[in-house]
Ligand binder design. Sequence first.
Ligand SMILES: [Fe+2]
Length: 243
Amino acid sequence: MKITKSVYAVSGAFYDVLGNVYAIRGDKGVALVDTGEQTAAEVIEASLAQWGMGDLPVTHVFLTHGHMDHAGSAAYFQKKGAKIIVHEKDAHFLRDGGFPEGTTPYGSDWIFPACEPDIIFREKETLEFEDFRLTAYPLPGHTDGSTFYEMEDVRERTPDGPGRTVLFTGDTFYFDRECAEDHIVLCWKGSPDYDPVKLEKSFDFAFRQFYPDVILSGHGMPLLANGHEVICAAARKFLNTYR
Ligand SMILES: [Fe+2]
């Protein structure tokens, strides 16, 4: 699914696979935001080919967090040459290949091929490469290293103004008209590092900071309008009903 001039959904809800995966088309390569579960690599590669990116290498993988349904194919793409990028607090998921046995009731179902991340960030940082420029905002809560990434689609620039702003939000919340009465689904609370106090601070930051044109989350549907309002609604829902 093509979402903006440079951003595509290449696996996930739209392909009946767990965990949304987005591709950012550069001039010389492709970046992925998340990789879906282990079996998603095949779907991702087929989608890239379908959208005319089959000949471009996947050079970077920006992970919103380290859960199996987002980082499951990271090792696969690293073997093919991609740099794996993740917040330092979620790097252990990559090194361990998920939850170590015994740490959660989900242990054996949540394992995936391990890898050593290539690029680790700790604080808000603009990650700039030849083809890609994304700002990482660490927003812990769902996991300790959960991160939003913000980018401008430079292919959409006109003489009159900038391209649309795209915000990748991972699992902190997502938008799904099919799933929730108010269309907002808040994150799963089952991770051993889930922290509602940090999540409250993250929502408090997010609704002050972000006015995106497009929100692309780890599950559910793309949101192409009312981005700031939906972030505010997610924050309100969290404060009122979820903590
Ligand atoms: Fe998650």
